[in-house]
Ligand binder design. Structure first.
Ligand code: FEO
Length: 170
């Protein structure tokens, strides 16, 4: 194995976090579809993002296995809020933003571990996730800021929903 046990354990924990993120986005998408059926922009954004989180998970699985480890999949859903309903879109995006911040701090810890273990391959591999987290935090904060501004005004939420279809990561 080209990676240490410590690194493998850290990466495996992270792949589980990404799987949980995918489930979280999926459950949020389903709630929005149920509660705000007409808001296709927000709904599709959440469904698409669930797929994106799954791709993050796959990236980690493939890396661990390529480095001679074994990315056995385990299930541990205690790390995320298992809420399946929300008081409002604002509450949902607040939770999403908090979740992405938590993922960022976990990625930071992994980067720190890779340096401590002098594993520069893993350090290099993790830079993609560092960049990704900057984008994800910014995106969820941007949507949250807009929703905070709008409040529950349905007309403005409708316009936001339309705009969200065009949101691109910068
Ligand atoms: Fe893969 Fe949203 O973190």
């Amino acid at each position: 194995m080209f990676i240490s046990n410590k690194i493998q354990k850290g990466l495996k924990n992270q792949l589980n976090r990404e799987l949980e993120s995918s489930q979280l986005y999926l459950s949020m998408a389903s709630w929005v579809e149920h509660e705000y059926g007409g808001f296709e922009g927000i709904c599709n954004f959440l469904y698409d993002h669930s797929d994106e989180e799954r791709r993050h998970m796959l990236k980690l699985i493939r890396y661990i296995n390529k480095r001679g480890g074994y990315a056995d999949i385990f299930f541990d859903n205690n790390h995320i809020n298992n809420k399946t309903t929300y008081g409002s879109l604002k509450e949902l995006f607040q939770k999403l933003f908090e979740h992405e911040k938590k993922i960022s701090s976990e990625i930071n810890l992994l980067v720190e571990l890779s340096l401590k273990e002098k594993d520069y391959f893993t350090y290099n591999f993790l830079q993609w996730f560092v960049e990704e987290q900057i984008e994800e935090e910014t995106l969820s904060k941007t949507i949250l800021d807009k929703i905070q501004l709008i409040g529950e005004n349905k007309g403005c939420l409708y316009l936001l929903d339309r705009d969200i279809k065009n949101f691109q990561k910068k």
